[in-house]
Design a binder for this molecule. Sequence first.
Ligand code: ARG
Length: 460
Amino acid sequence: MTSKLWGGRFTGEADADFVRFNRSFDFDRRLIHADVRASIAHAAALFKAGVLTTEEARAITEGLLEISRRAAADPNYLVDDQAEDVHSFIEARLVEMVGQVGRKLHTGRSRNDQVATAFRLWLREEFDRIVELVRDLQRALVEFAARHEEAVMPGYTHLQRAQPVLFAHWCLAYFEMFARDRERLRDARRRTNVLPLGSGALAGTSYSLDREEMARALGFEAVSRNSLDAVSDRDFCIEFAAAASLIMVHLSRLAEDMIIYATAEFGFIELSDAVATGSSLMPQKKNPDALELIRGKAGRVFGQTVALLSVMKGLPLAYNKDMQEDKEAIFDLVDTAKDCLKVMATVLRNARLNEERTRAAVRQGFMNATELADYLVRKGVPFRDAHEAAGRMVLAAIERGVELHELPLEVMRAVSPVIEEDVLFALTLDATLGTKNQTGGTAPKRVREALKEAELSLRD
Ligand code: ARG
């Protein structure tokens, strides 16, 4: 049955290609449970407004619940090449089930406020799922750090060895990024959780629908304040997309770090067979496919974000059909971000850090040169001169093929006469790490505290 929702005004037949082009059911059927919930709240409001009798409201509500049950029980229930969209699908099934009374449900409502409501309800739940996945990923980072609490590794700038840091400090750097992501999602969820229903097609509704009551029934924190805005606002989609994009930026950077650390050249991290693949040609290969795909899918998420922005930027008020394009973008964003978060947590839970390799790497490359400069500062040398002197000692060490702490004392004194025996202690790894003892620094004491705080913060 092709039950068009706007039959009266039309005499001509629709072009078959256009009908297919216009349809959204194949993707927006994902909104079925959300749309049913919103429709039940609408039926209750119609009852309260005196539009539906008790029996009519009950028949409609039961019919709607049955549609939801069938959809959940049997995926084939949602195979339909006739329905234009999920809203017309539900109405057609409802009328089949409960008869003509089903045709009263759409009183005082438009698909414009209907779709905005269902989409917000649906996305609200996905916000919550993604927040949990981000939290789980943070937990995996804390676990990885805890498995190697003492481990040290080179910190890099410009991908050049810079200063030693604790491996846990590196883990917690990503933890912070995901903490901000979780905050961002929560914040955007608040603006998503606003009820558009009762806005009609654009001007509001002439029936006395109790919008506050509908909002309460559906768990919305507020009702929209302007009907024109409510039916045409997709900021909530774009805010979600932006938050998802930043999650992907963070995942992609983490992936990139780990891909590099898993190379033979670094040899810091060993990835589990569970998340790597071999080569069909080269028997020795173990490729970090999981991480590469996460890095790659970041591009896809950014693409959908730009698509949403571009769809919205030129639209006149209020609803325009362009906005149907929001669904596939958001569905793809949600699916991709969730997959990537899950896979990354698995990668982390199965990865092993080669602590000997990272420790050996810290001992080479003059990573204590800054320490040497700081030592000279403590002896009263102005930092600029200290920097210059330490640089000359690095040069002397390079010429001799040794590390800074292996440089004979008299060679050092020749550069800077203030140097004494205690320089050897200042150049040790323990001293180097231990002095970074301010909030946010990599001193072991600070990192242990940060790890505890991180664990605590996972509870909220
Ligand atoms: N499928 C449409 C969408 O996703 C539903 C709203 C249609 N409204 C309309 N007046 N054509 O945006």
